[in-house]
Design a protein around this ligand. Structure first.
Ligand code: PLP
Length: 431
């Protein structure tokens, strides 16, 4: 199986985190998002212990909460003692509302409005990660008005191509994110920010992309960033306390994807960082990493009910389900691959090849193509594995479809973490 929380039970049905998925679909209805809380905590601990072991003291993971944002995940992050990334006032509000210690949060984004900045400061967001001088100026003056000194990291682009999909690559010089090191913009920004009275610069950040399977691009980025840290010390006497090397570790969506050992990758990156810092004659700052996908993706699964089955003779077969691009837009966006299973009959021969279509009025509303499965019957359950990241958080109300509930599973017990929307949740806002 694609992940160790997925199995086939004695009834020949798909089990997730030990529970029968057909029973869960019956209990809660479909579409249904499932999240394995034990797997989320296991993933967090993998990062936490590896970073404690291989990076300088005080190095911690930040969960990039855009991957999956709801109250319960911030409670889990709080209990596990990790930091979080936030990218909007909505995420700040949600995290604050469950008492997440906001001094341990990092506010990202290439365009924070003045009201975003005020909201974040009023909610005691610990750190702002910035990549524009306009924004830094605004942060400085708003902090001055509020009598605050705001901690900031500068987001830099190291100019790395991590060989991932172009919509999820972020580290190249022409990216919308970051001050480019190569062009001298990063040095200019550093010079400017050091003169800002109400900003305390703690260090630098980079994030080169997502779904990266190899430690090498991280080392390349780390090398360029450490060179910049050394230059900042030499030219401006700046002591870098924090170096954030981003998120982006890949996850397995298909059996053919490599199995990744995150601990081993972190140890290799740590070894490289130590060596390179020594070579440059600097002490290594605290290292932050900000995984999103690799914390939650394999903790998730989505269940759908099969509806129409359409066989177009000589062309292809369609299996339509009761969800689609509204609950998972990732295939429509970038042909994201998923492992799909007919949950009712896991041991039957997979001799039917079909395109899984969503229910939205949009030809592009496809969830996956060329899926091998036993020929399904109407009302059977189709499961999409590894949907914990960028599914619920990217869901929309297209076609006025209510967002499905999120059910979490802990120690073999299921509980509702997010209620499904009602029609009144949607239409009730209309005036
Ligand atoms: C999206 C994002 C992440 C998380 O990336 P994953 O691929 O989900 O690990 C981390 N940092 C920044 C700045 C991001 O934008």
């Amino acid at each position: 199986m694609i992940c160790d929380n997925i199995s086939v039970n004695q009834k020949g049905r798909l089990a997730f985190a030990g529970l029968d998925t057909v029973d869960l679909a019956k209990k809660y209805g479909t579409p249904l998002y499932l999240m394995d809380e034990d797997k989320i905590r296991e993933n967090i601990r993998t990062y936490k212990t590896a970073m404690a072991e291989y990076f300088p003291q005080g190095s911690v993971p930040e969960f990039a909460s855009k991957a999956f944002s709801c109250k319960q995940i911030y409670r889990i992050a709080k209990e596990e003692g990790i930091n979080i990334d936030v990218v909007s006032c909505g995420e700040i509000y949600t995290a604050s509302s469950v008492g997440f210690p906001m001094e341990n949060s990092f506010f990202h984004g290439n365009n924070k409005s003045d009201s975003d900045i005020e909201f974040a400061m009023d909610n005691n967001v610990g750190h702002f990660v910035c990549d524009s001088l306009d924004e830094l100026g605004a942060i400085n003056s708003i902090a001055k008005q509020k009598g605050k000194i705001q901690k900031v990291l500068l987001r830099l682009t190291p100019g790395i191509d991590p060989h991932t999909h172009k919509k999820i690559a972020t580290g190249s010089v022409d990216s919308k994110f970051g001050f480019a090191i190569e062009t001298g913009d990063a040095t200019d920004a550093l010079k400017n920010v050091l003169d800002m009275t109400n900003i305390s610069l703690l260090g630098f950040h980079c994030h080169i992309g997502s779904q990266i399977f190899d430690a090498h691009p991280f080392m390349q980025a780390a090398e360029i960033m450490l060179d910049f840290v050394a230059a900042a010390k030499k030219e401006f006497g700046f002591d870098c306390q924090l170096l954030n090397i981003g998120g982006g570790f890949g996850v397995r969506y298909l059996e053919s994807d490599p199995v990744i050992d995150y601990k081993e990758m972190i140890s290799r990156i740590g070894e490289f960082l130590n060596k390179h810092a020594e070579k440059k004659g600097i002490s290594l700052p605290k290292i932050l990493m900000e995984p999103g996908r690799s914390i939650v993706a394999n903790a998730g699964m989505t269940l759908y009910t099969v509806g129409s089955i359409k066989e177009i003779k000589g062309y292809k077969n369609y299996v339509s389900v009761d969800g689609g691009m509204a609950d998972n837009p990732r295939y429509t966006l970038y042909e994201a691959p998923y492992t799909v299973a007919l949950a009712n009959r896991m041991n039957d021969k997979k001799d039917f090849i079909a395109t899984v279509a969503g229910r939205c009025c949009e030809s592009g509303d496809i969830l996956q193509e060329n899926v091998a499965m036993p020929k399904p019957c109407r009302n059977e359950i189709l499961a999409f594995c590894t949907t914990g990241a960028y599914n619920y958080s990217m869901a929309s109300n297209y076609n006025r479809l209510p967002k499905p509930p999120v059910v979490m599973i802990k120690d073999g017990t299921d509980y509702l973490a997010v209620k499904g929307q009602t029609f009144d949740d949607i239409a009730g806002l209309d005036v």
